[in-house]
Design a protein around this ligand. Structure first.
Ligand code: PMP
Ligand code: GLN
Length: 381
């Protein structure tokens, strides 16, 4: 048995969803919408299942999806990508993260991780034999500092893993921080794995800035996306990696022995969805912003201190600011068992010296679910 896995706890998302099922709590923990995805995208998958081949599609993905990814990023983010040599379809962003980290990290390489970090990153780095070097961000700003980079980078730095917009903080990297990190990465001849699964879920007129567009980063970025996130179909597990040809060739070698490929019908439906016009994405953001505002207003009225949400479909409550003087883990356990609401303790996204004063809630829910959550959170005060 590999001791890493033998001693590893179950991911907090599964733990909290399990507790929600067990206790009948409203699940605002694990991030998934309580709707079933856009009907036309789901219909495209159903049609593809009966009209397309159900046999292995090409290893790098259906050409129509790879073209759609390249076109989509050209239209939405101004990137100029060659679909044949720079786009690889994966089984969710989770597989893309695994393929990228396994392909790019050798034993002893140092990998800079920015805490709070999505929980899949560290186990993958450790399994690859990488040595994590942490940058620690703090609420309410969650900003990068030059001093933190100075401490984390060394001559052994090979890779940096970032997430933008950030799960769980719901912050969006300011251009200034992207530029600062890019400078350090170029100076150290390192590579960035940039997990951008939340790229379309960004509010208040902000525009997503891919780090790949920063000076010197075009050849040193693996950009990761997810159809599950863009179309609110988290169970589909259709993701992709975008990187310059020299990187893509190596990523493909890891991908070929992780999953090799991804269901063709779901790939075809995501390809269809990526071609939707701007209105779809504008409306999706507007709808999520309304849900964010509804949950924020309800919680604030009940006296909860809500931290700002610039992107993702999460917001957080600040516990000390809400008059709660216990750690986030204890609070979330109590909230799910006694208050009837599942939330995620943000300390689960730290490997050391955690910020343990913040709990994350998911607002990608119907109004009834949000209102029921608010009612229970009001009673829990
Ligand atoms: N990265 C981040 C930051 C996420 O929030 C998630 C899922 N919520 C993933 C990766 C995994 O995405 P997928 O379901 O496409 O594997
Ligand atoms: N990314 C989702 C979240 O942050 C959960 C994904 C998972 O359960 N692995 O809630």
């Amino acid at each position: 048995m590999n001791p890493l896995y033998a001693s590893m706890p179950t991911t907090i998302f599964e733990v909290m969803s399990g507790l929600a099922r067990e206790t009948g709590a409203i699940n605002l923990g694990q991030g998934f919408p309580d709707s079933n995805g856009p009907p036309d995208v789901v219909r495209a998958a159903a049609d593809a299942l009966t009209t397309m081949s159900n046999q292995y599609p090409p290893m790098a993905g259906l050409p129509e999806l790879r073209k759609a990814v390249a076109d989509h990023y050209g239209r939405h983010q101004g990137l100029d990508l060659d679909w044949q040599s720079e786009v690889t379809v994966t089984s969710g962003a989770t597989e893309a993260l695994a393929a990228a980290i396994l392909a790019l990290v050798s034993p002893g390489d140092e990998v800079v991780l920015i805490q709070p970090m999505y929980d899949a990153y560290l186990p993958l780095v450790l399994r690859a034999g990488g040595v994590p070097r942490f940058v620690r961000l703090q609420p309410p700003e969650w900003r990068l500092t030059e001093a933190a980079l100075e401490e984390a980078f060394s001559e052994k730095t090979r890779l940096v893993v970032i997430n933008n917009p950030v799960n769980p903080t719901a912050s969006v990297w300011p251009e200034e921080d992207l530029a600062l990190l890019a400078e350090w990465v170029v100076r150290h001849d390192a590579i960035v794995v940039s997990d951008e699964v939340w790229e379309h879920v960004i509010f208040d007129g902000r525009a997503h800035q891919p780090i790949m567009a920063q000076p010197g980063m075009r050849e040193r970025t693996v950009k990761i996306g997810s159809g599950g996130k863009i179309f609110s179909v988290t169970g589909w597990k259709v993701g992709w990696m975008v990187a310059a040809p020299a990187l893509t060739r190596v990523l493909a070698k890891a991908h070929q022995f992780l999953t090799f490929t991804t269901p063709p019908s779901l790939q075809a439906a995501v390809a269809y969805g990526l071609g939707k016009d701007e209105d779809y994405f504008v409306e999706m953001r507007a709808e999520l912003a309304r849900s964010r505002d509804r949950l924020t207003a309800g919680l604030s009225a009940a006296g909860w201190a809500v931290l700002p949400s610039q992107g993702t479909y999460f917001l957080s409550i600040d516990l000390p600011g809400s008059g709660i003087h216990m750690d986030d883990e204890t609070f979330c356990q109590m909230l799910v068992r006694e208050g009837g609401v599942a939330a995620i303790p943000v300390s689960a996204f730290y490997a050391e010296n955690p910020v343990a004063s913040v709990a994350r809630l998911c607002f990608a829910k119907r109004d009834e679910t949000i209102d029921a959550g608010i009612a229970r959170m009001t009673e829990a005060r």
